[in-house]
Design a protein around this ligand. Sequence first.
Ligand SMILES: Cc1cc2nc3c(=O)[nH]c(=O)nc-3n(C[C@H](O)[C@H](O)[C@H](O)COP(=O)(O)OP(=O)(O)OC[C@H]3O[C@@H](n4cnc5c(N)ncnc54)[C@H](O)[C@@H]3O)c2cc1C
Length: 510
Amino acid sequence: MDGRRFDVVVIGGGINGASSAQHLAAAGYAVPLVDKGDFASGSSSRSTGMLHCGLRYFETPNPVRDFMLSPRRFRTALTMAKASMQTRAELVTDSSGRLMPYTLCFPIYKNGPYKPWHLDIGFRLLGALGPKTVPLDYRRLPPDEARRLPLVDALADPAQLRSVATFREYMLDWPERFCIDAVLDAERMGAVVRNHTTARLIERDTSGDWRIGLTGNDGESTVTAPVVLSMAGIWIDAVNRPVQDGTGGKRYILGTKGSHIAVQLPSEFHDYGIATVNSIGEPHYCLPSQGGYHHIGPTETVYEGDIEDIRVNTSEVDFLLAETRTVLPGLELGSSDVVYSWAGVRPLTYDPDIPKGNRSREIHDLTDQGMPNVLAMTAGPVMSHRSAGREMTAAVRRLVDPSGAAQNPDYTPRKLPEDANALPVVDGDDSVRLSHLGYVAETEHAASLSDILFARTGLGYCHQLSDSQIQTAAEAVSAHLGWNDAEIHRQVDTVKTRRDRLHQPAPDAE
Ligand SMILES: Cc1cc2nc3c(=O)[nH]c(=O)nc-3n(C[C@H](O)[C@H](O)[C@H](O)COP(=O)(O)OP(=O)(O)OC[C@H]3O[C@@H](n4cnc5c(N)ncnc54)[C@H](O)[C@@H]3O)c2cc1C
C-alpha cells in the first residue's frame, strides 16, 4: 500500500468501520480499512448482542407526562424506534442465519416499573412504525398462563405478578461475524483490508490530502487520501490527539463499562429471555445465547481505566448475581454457576450534561479541531451498522466524489464449504470442521488461532475448548499459516489464556 492514494481511508475495523468500508466500496470509492488488532476486536466483540426492536426509546419514568412536556423528545423517540424496527426487519430478512430468535418476556408487577398499558401502547406504536414483514408477535399473558412459560416460573413474587408481556426478539449470533462478513464483502468490491495494522494521522499536505502512517506486521507505510473516517470507537480521542491543532483537544468519547456473566440453564429455557429493571433503575437482562448459555447483565459504569485491558471485577459478578437472585430467585444462582464473564466499553458520545454519555449515534466533522475532511462516528450500536455505513458514505459523498463505479453490496452471510467427511473441531458440533479452520485462515484474514476460534467461527464462545481441542485446531491450521512447532505452541498458549480469562472466576476488584 505504501505511497498509494485512495479516495478515503477508514481507521478502525470494528463493525461500524467495516460497514463504512463496505458501503464506500459499493459506492465506488477507493478505500483501505485498517485495524490495529483483529477486525471487531474492540467494543464490537464485547456487546450484549441484542437486536433491539426500539421499545427502549419510549422508556422514561413517566412516558405520557415526559412526552407531552417535550414533543421534540417524542418525535426523536419515534424516529429512533422506527429506525430500530427497520434494522430488525432488514437483518431478519437477509441475515437470519446470523440471528437467534427467542421470546423476550417483561414481567409486570403491581408496583413494578412496567405498566401494562405502557407496553400495550409501546408495542402498538412499534407495530405501526415498522415493516409488517417481520412481526413482533406481541402478547400480554395473565399470570397463571405466563407462569407456564419456562424461565417465567422462576420469577419472584408470583402473588404480585399482574401479567407478562412477551414478544419475538433476536440475538446477534455472534456480533463479530457480522463485522467479518462486511470486511470480506468490502474486499470483494475492491477495498484493501488490513488487520493488525495501526493507523496514525500525520498531517494534511498543501494539496489537501491527508497523510496516514500505517504500522503493521509487514513494516511501515504511508497512504494518502482527501478524506479520513475515524471509526476507532473508544480510541477516537487517541487517534485525533496528535493532530488536534491548538484547539485544546475536544473530547468526543465517553466510555461506559458493561459487564456480563454467562450461566448454563436447563435446555427448556433456551428460547426465553427476561427483561427487568435492576435495583438502581437500569435494564437487567437474562438472555439466551450461543452454546446454550444464558447471558446476564449488563452493568453500566463510567470507565476511565485502561482501554486495552477491560476486565470484569468480582464485585460486578456479585452485583449481577444478587440482582438476578432478586428477580429470578427460582434459578437459585450462586458464584459456582458462573461459567464465564466478559466486559466491554461502550463508545458513547461525550456530553458534559449527560454523566453516562449520550447514546445517540453522531457523526462529527473535525474541521474545528484543525482536521478538515476528517469525520468520526460515536455511539453506533452493532445492530444498526448498515445504516451507519450508509450514513458515513452519504457524508463522504458531500466531500469527495468516488473514483470508481458503483456496485451492489452483498449481505448474504458467508457460509463454510460443505465437508461432511472432515472431523468436527468439537465432538457433537458439526457446524465447524477441522478442514474449515484452514479455509478460514486462508480466506478471512485470520492471523492467529485466536482470530479463527473466536471472531470467525465463534467456537471459543460456544464451547469451553479443551487443551487438546485447541492443540488439534492449531495443528490443522499450521500448514496454512506457515507455523513451526514453536509457533504452534505460542498460538495454543494465547488461546488458552483467552479461554481461561473468559472461563475463570473473575479477578478481585481492580
Ligand atoms: C457492554 C456492551 C453492551 C452492548 N450491547 C449492545 C447490544 O446489545 N446491541 C448492540 O447493537 N450494540 C451493543 N453494544 C454497542 C456496540 O458493541 C458498540 O457500540 C459497537 O460495537 C461499536 O463499534 P465500532 O465499530 O464503532 O467500535 P469498535 O468495535 O470498538 O471498533 C473500533 C476499532 O478501531 C480500532 N482502532 C483503534 N485505534 C486504531 C488505530 N490507531 N489504527 C487502527 N485501528 C484502530 C480498534 O482496534 C477497534 O477494532 C454494546 C457495547 C458494550 C460495550
